[in-house]
Design a protein around this ligand. Structure first.
Ligand SMILES: Cc1cc2nc3c(=O)[nH]c(=O)nc-3n(C[C@H](O)[C@H](O)[C@H](O)COP(=O)(O)OP(=O)(O)OC[C@H]3O[C@@H](n4cnc5c(N)ncnc54)[C@H](O)[C@@H]3O)c2cc1C
Ligand SMILES: NC(=O)C1=CN([C@@H]2O[C@H](COP(=O)(O)OP(=O)(O)OC[C@H]3O[C@@H](n4cnc5c(N)ncnc54)[C@H](OP(=O)(O)O)[C@@H]3O)[C@@H](O)[C@H]2O)C=CC1
Ligand SMILES: O=C(O)C(=O)Cc1c[nH]c2ccccc12
Length: 455
């Protein structure tokens, strides 16, 4: 084994030397994954789980967003201490810190958005801002001494049935200056997937990639001469003042980005492809989400939806005249079945009604100066914001037979071989807290059982 280790570390160091020699902007990052692939194929053929140092833990948590942090804290409270949180970026909550726009606020009230064992500060408003939520998450990690292993992108996780252990390979997601971190291998009896329902932006592809829900084709987008960005790259409307901007996608991102553009003096048009439920964020001063949760405690989903839509109609009126057709399934039913969140309006509808946000049909294709719509009309635009949503990245690295991840997970929190999912219940932050608590209880029981069978 020692010889193997020397040989393979020589392969790595040669590859890494070549990579180091390459100018930074041409440093082939994918080399490191190729090296890992070679390592893992050699190691698995030779029966050696890893020729690099293998870091052992009782539980591995993939992702240091709210779900990963909440799960790590709950495990700690249940006496499971050797927990390693792996995070691809260099910070906690990278989705909220790096891939959301300035004006974003939680649209679920704070008492239903809190993580286990920690309240928001009293002075924080009902709907915390993005900054306040990040401050809360930073305090949550700090006060619970959760220290993730940063810059560790999980590229492969699999279960060794004979050892009844999970193995996880990571690569450094970014270099630290000139220092290229070696790939790592981690091993634990329990694996918690907390990499997020919204891990990757859905981007248009020239050809549909099988198994990946893309925004389907946008023929001609590469010809469009204006700026194109995804909503995860949008910060605010400063640079779009006076510009005609097409926002593709009528989800909560698309609607609020359009509002932000209008507030910054741009001329936004939002492309609505499918029927969509638009609800007010509050109904007579009570959060719509709170009303939904309260009603669903004693009504069926269908009746809860019917009441929600009736109350929303009282507040918003009929929106079909503005291009918003309602789908036949209700809002909560759609969220539960296909993960489609209803729109919780935070002011955009007023701008639609006064004409400063235009509603346009689905996109057909692009030309150099603008876009053809499904109704055959063409319009010029200065820029395009793709508010086309997100998808989870679990199928790309979790090597299991489970079908649950094929369509973004069906909301289960526990699978086989001590595999758990935190944050895939389609209930947002409220669901995350529920997942974290029950995962911690289950892992604690697993650990007690393993210790009892050893003695
Ligand atoms: C714009 C926007 C607004 C939202 N607003 C709300 C809201 O108001 N209320 C609500 O309840 N929900 C909201 N959500 C849903 C959102 O998913 C949750 O708020 C929350 O971020 C989920 O936490 P999470 O930890 O499950 O996932 P994330 O916050 O996405 O965190 C996952 C973490 O895993 C890391 N990761 C991913 N893949 C890997 C890998 N292979 N290796 C290592 N690390 C990895 C990521 O870098 C990230 O840090 C919003 C989502 C978006 C996009
Ligand atoms: N707290 C807050 O205020 C906010 C919360 N969020 C949350 O973040 C998550 C992600 O939201 P969001 O980013 O809006 O993503 P969503 O998945 O909710 O919406 C994506 C939208 O893009 C549309 N779309 C995709 N491809 C095309 C296309 N080719 N042409 C036209 N439309 C297209 C979809 O339409 P179709 O239905 O036809 O597929 C859908 O309406 C959600 O859970 C949301 O609730 C987001 C923003 C703000
Ligand atoms: O905004 C999100 O992404 C959420 O997941 C919050 C959420 C979960 N379930 C809902 C039902 C109605 C409105 C918002 C949500």
């Amino acid at each position: 084994m020692e010889l193997m280790r020397i040989v393979l570390s020589d392969i790595i160091s040669r590859d890494l030397t070549q990579m180091k020699a390459a100018p930074n902007n041409q440093r082939p990052r994918e080399n490191i994954v190729d090296v890992c692939e070679r390592l893992s194929s050699i190691s698995s053929n030779s029966g050696i789980s890893s020729v690099l140092e293998c870091i052992n833990a009782d539980a591995l948590v993939i992702g240091a967003g709210p779900a990963g942090l909440a799960t790590a804290v709950c495990l700690q409270r249940k006496g499971v201490h050797n927990v390693v949180v792996l995070e691809q970026s260099d910070c906690i909550a990278s989705l909220w810190r790096e891939r959301t726009y300035d004006r974003l606020c939680l649209h679920i009230p704070k008492h239903l958005s809190e993580l286990p064992y920690m309240h928001f500060p009293r002075e924080v408003p009902k709907f915390p801002t993005r900054r306040q939520f990040l401050d809360y998450l930073d305090a949550y990690a700090r006060e619970n001494s959760i220290r993730p292993h940063f810059n560790q992108k999980v590229w492969r996780a699999w279960h060794n049935d004979s050892e009844r252990m999970w193995y996880v390979h990571t690569v450094a997601a970014a270099d630290e200056g000139d220092l290229i971190q070696l790939p790592r291998t981690y091993r634990a009896a329990c694996l918690v997937v907390a990499s997020g329902e919204n891990a990757e932006p859905i981007l248009p592809s020239e050809g549909a990639t099988p198994g990946i829900r893309s925004a389907c084709n946008f023929p001609g987008l590469h010809q469009f001469s204006g700026k194109v960005l995804h909503s995860c790259q949008y910060k605010n409307g400063h640079s779009f003042r006076g510009k005609s901007v097409l926002v593709v996608g009528c989800g909560n991102s698309g609607l609020e980005v359009s509002l932000d553009l209008a507030d910054h003096g741009a001329m936004p048009s939002i492309s609505v492809r499918s029927p969509v439920h638009v609800l007010p964020r509050e109904i007579y001063g009570i959060s719509t989400f709170s009303i939904a949760m309260a009603l669903s405690k004693f009504l069926t989903l269908r009746w809860t939806d019917r009441l929600l839509l009736w109350l929303s109609g009282l507040v918003l009126g009929d929106l079909s005249a503005y291009g918003f057709r309602r789908p036949s399934p209700g809002p909560l039913e759609l969220k539960e079945t296909i993960g489609k969140t209803p729109l919780l309006d935070v002011g955009a509808l007023t701008r639609v009604k006064d004409g400063s946000i235009r509603v346009v049909p689905a996109v057909h294709s692009f030309a150099s100066t603008g876009c053809f719509f499904a109704d055959g009309n063409f319009e010029d635009f200065d820029a395009v914001v793709l508010a086309t949503g997100y998808q989870n990245n679990v199928p790309s690295w979790l090597k299991v037979e489970s079908t649950c991840m094929s369509d973004g997970c069906r909301g289960q929190w526990k699978s086989t071989n001590n595999l758990y999912f935190a944050g895939f219940s389609r209930k947002g932050l409220l669901g995350i807290s529920l997942d974290a608590r029950r995962i911690a209880v289950d892992i604690q029981q697993q650990q007690k059982f393993r210790h009892s069978t050893k003695t």
